[in-house]
Design a protein around this ligand. Structure first.
Ligand code: ECH
Length: 323
């Protein structure tokens, strides 16, 4: 029996519970553009009372520098227009350039704009803006989330902004092929991994390699046609695509798996579910995200599939029921 990505996606599917994250993003998507920007401002400043992201390094800010310089020189009305264009994914030169940024460069761009707003250099909210009841609804929904879920909502809204460049050739971006700058690790990397109930070498090797940003070692554990499915996304298929994704989005993560279960299937393949906590370099040790990894390992011990799911509640960390 050959393994398929479609069947792999459904392993441990009965342990999945609906997440409040997509539900909150769906509410956000219904807001008009000014309300979306206002929501982000209020949510970000509210969150800033307890947690603040680490300042992005100079190398990463350099990638966004040209846009930031243009925006700084604009009138408040022009600045508002740029932000509206980004939020509405309009096809403008700035919105296109933004669309080509990696996830972390998009976050760094908004981090810097947020700083410039605090300094009064960039206008925070359109002049004369009146908060609509819809914004309150989304803010209240956000307050019900834990911090890991809140930063996921913010991150995903930022990722979705800008012109959708996925259909455009990379050559239409002047800085195509720029190296992704390295993220500074916030704590020493965790070198020996222990997971209650799990001894599978491919899984332990995966976590160890990821915690050292050794993506070549992590990729070597996958089958050539293997897949990785990030939270709320479609699977990324094939080692080249996974490697690119990891270099862009998985740098500096601290993965702390806690416990898991392993089941051997009829064909000798194994399915494992592991729960634990992951920290992003943006917030270091201050925010832990409760997640699950669902692995399908082929009979030769290679990773055919791994899905990463955000857990709906900390109670789910212990929910390791059988299929
Ligand atoms: C202001 C107002 C105008 C509009 C905007 C504003 C600024 C907003 C800003 C927001 C910054 C938000 C940030 C969020 C960071 C979130 C990071 C997260 C990381 C999660 C990572 C996970 C990793 C999982 C994985 C694992 C694997 O095994 C494989 C790889 C991978 C206020 C100006 C917009 C500045 C900084 C949520 C879960 C475990 C899948 C990666």
């Amino acid at each position: 029996m050959s393994l398929t990505i479609q069947s792999a996606q459904s392993i441990f599917s009965n342990t999945q519970v609906p997440s409040l994250i997509p539900a909150t993003i769906a509410l956000f998507d219904q807001l008009n553009v000014d309300d979306q920007l206002a929501y982000l401002w209020y949510a970000y400043t509210e969150m800033g009372k307890t947690i603040t992201p680490a300042a992005p390094g100079a190398a990463r800010l350099q990638l966004a520098e040209s846009l930031l310089t243009q925006i700084k020189l604009m009138s408040p009305e022009e600045q508002t227009k740029v932000m509206r264009d980004l939020a509405s994914r309009a096809d403008t030169p700035i919105s296109r350039s933004y669309g080509f940024f990696s996830v972390n460069t998009k976050l760094a761009f908004w981090y810097e704009l947020g700083e410039l707003m605090k300094q009064g250099v960039v206008t925070p909210i359109p002049v004369g803006y009146q908060m609509s009841p819809g914004v309150k609804v989304v803010l209240e929904a956000t307050q019900k989330l834990d911090q890991g879920q809140q930063i996921t909502v913010l991150r995903n809204t930022v990722v979705n902004m800008g012109f959708d460049t996925s259909e455009l050739a990379p050559s239409s971006y002047p800085k195509a092929g720029v190296e992704e700058p390295a993220f500074q690790r916030t704590t020493p990397s965790i070198s020996s991994v222990k997971i209650d109930g799990v001894t599978e070498p491919a899984v332990l090797g995966y976590i160890e390699a990821m915690n050292a940003d050794n993506f070549d070692a992590a990729i070597a554990l996958f089958t050539a046609d293997g897949a990785l499915q990030p939270p709320f996304q479609k699977p990324i298929v094939g080692t080249a695509a996974i490697a690119k994704y990891m270099r862009e989005e998985a740098q500096g993560l601290n993965m702390m798996p806690q416990q898991g279960i392993c089941e051997v299937r009829g064909d000798g393949s194994k399915q494992l579910k592991i729960t634990g906590v992951v920290q992003t370099p943006w917030f270091g040790v201050t925010v832990g995200m409760n997640i699950a990894w669902r692995f399908l390992i082929n009979p030769e011990g290679k990773i055919f599939f791994v899905a990463i799911d955000m857990l709906a509640s900390p109670q789910e960390l212990l929910q390791l029921t059988r299929v």
